[in-house]
Design a protein. Structure first.
Length: 403
């Protein structure tokens, strides 16, 4: 019984699942991660990792493994996509690390996942099974039994807790018949170009590569920043678009993006044509108001709980925060899982909701046109950088509970 109360099953080996496994194992739990895919391929593109997430990665011994592949940008710079004029500059670099106690980094998702996997592989209390999907779960008065499907062969695993870290189209969330994901009406276009490629050199003539640059335009915004230790540049454009079903990404014709970029500076339009392959990512959201827990022993983390649009660059960061808070709550109330999970949900939902609102605000301002864009630019011109920095203390200065 004692051993069972320490056993946790995690569904999904993405950023949220791997971080949750590490955070729980650090607190004495024995964790078995089941990942549906047979191999963890290089899925995704760049991620901005703000100090609220990197301080957790540091505590879990992951940050040092990530650093060689990550870049610490000097600033976030907002530019008008039509004129390329700089509208404001939000300082990061050493100043951000000193203010918020951890670095603001940019990295490829695959490099973060590799760093997490390296740490997981060294942990004696974590087992990772690939090609094993969690298909079903029975909730008992104390604990759960998960059904694991390996190419049609189903086995069971009992534990005190099942963590659904299985992404935006979560099976675990679906078992509770709550909170379906919905298409946001937006498509993200992503590509990573080598700094030394033609497209990489074309970008360097438009903007410096030691910062995160956001180009703003009513029909598109384009974010660019270095990844892979500075050897590559991550480009993400967001436009309106049509739903594509439950697919993460698909290679697409850059001419469609070129159409959405009409009115942007010719240098940017040419860059979009030269950079390839572009993949499109339909942006799906999961309303965070549905239950994230079942008192008997299920908790959702990451996109499974609250997939959000990426306009605050916080989706993965919120999954990392979820992991730290869930582990804290479960360890603090080892003999009362229902109360621990209620604490977790109560702690996380208001913060995630605030982040979602911030993302919507960013989208509104970046896509503004006419008089609203004029007012935005005026306000940005007279707002001191120190005030912009202070306005994000609540987000970047957040610290996960210790112990
Ligand atoms: C364009 C774009 C830009 C972004 N930029 C940023 C950014 O700058 N900063 C940031 O913090 N976030 C960003 N995000 C968000 C971030 O990528 C996601 O929030 C994050 O990767 C989600 O991680 P996850 O672990 O919750 O889910 P996922 O990465 O989807 O992982 C889920 C895992 O579960 C597995 N799985 C699914 N079903 C099962 C099952 N039944 N059993 C077992 N395994 C299963 C899947 O195979 C997968 O490996 C961005 C997203 C997009 C689309």
């Amino acid at each position: 019984m004692e051993a069972l109360s320490r056993q946790v099953v995690v569904a999904g080996a993405g950023i949220a699942g791997l971080t949750t496994a590490l955070a729980l194992a650090e607190r004495g739990f024995s964790v078995h991660i089941f990942e549906r895919t047979p191999g963890l391929a290089e899925v995704g593109a760049g991620l901005q990792l703000s100090p609220n997430a990197t301080h957790i990665l540091a505590r879990l011994g992951v940050l040092d493994l990530l650093r060689p592949a990550a870049v610490k940008p000097e600033a976030v710079v907002l530019r008008d996509a039509a004129t390329l004029a700089e509208r404001t500059r939000f300082p990061l670099g050493a100043a951000a690390e000193a203010r918020w106690g951890a670095p603001y980094l940019v990295a490829h998702r695959a490099d973060l996942q590799s760093a997490l996997l390296a740490r997981v592989g060294r942990h004696p209390d974590i087992t990772l099974s690939l090609g094993a999907a969690v298909r079903d779960v029975a909730v008992h008065r104390r604990g759960i039994t998960a059904s694991i499907d390996r190419e049609g062969k189903v086995t069971e695993m009992a534990g005190a807790l099942l963590v659904g870290a299985d992404g935006v189209w979560s099976t675990i969330r679906g078992l509770g018949s709550v909170g379906r994901s919905r298409f946001s009406g937006r498509i993200a276009w992503r590509t990573v170009v080598r700094a030394e490629s033609e497209a990489g050199r074309a970008f360097q003539k438009i903007a410096p590569t030691d910062v995160v640059t956001a180009f703003m335009h009513p029909s598109v915004h384009l974010i660019a920043y270095p990844v892979r230790g500075g050897g590559a540049i991550n480009l993400v454009a967001v436009t309106a678009g049509e739903p594509m079903g439950e697919v993460w990404s698909r290679e697409v014709d850059p001419a469609v993006l070129g159409e959405a970029m009409r009115g942007c500076a010719p240098e940017l339009v040419r860059l979009a044509a030269e950079a390839r392959p572009w993949t499109s990512w339909p942006l799906h959201m999961v309303e965070a108001g549905h239950p994230w827990i079942a008192p008997g022993g299920i908790a959702l983390v990451g996109d499974a709980a609250h997939a959000m649009t990426p306009f605050a660059a916080q989706g993965a960061a919120m999954g990392i925060e979820d992991a730290a808070v869930l582990a804290h709550c479960v360890a603090a109330r080892r003999d009362d899982m229902a109360a621990a999970l209620a604490d977790y949900q109560a702690a996380r939902r208001p913060r995630v909701a605030r982040v979602v609102r911030r993302g919507a605000f960013n989208h509104f301002t970046w896509h503004a046109g006419g008089a609203v864009a004029f007012a935005r630019d005026r306000i940005l011109a007279i707002t001191p950088a120190s005030q912009l920095v202070r306005s994000l203390d609540w987000l970047y200065g957040w610290k996960a509970p210790e112990g």
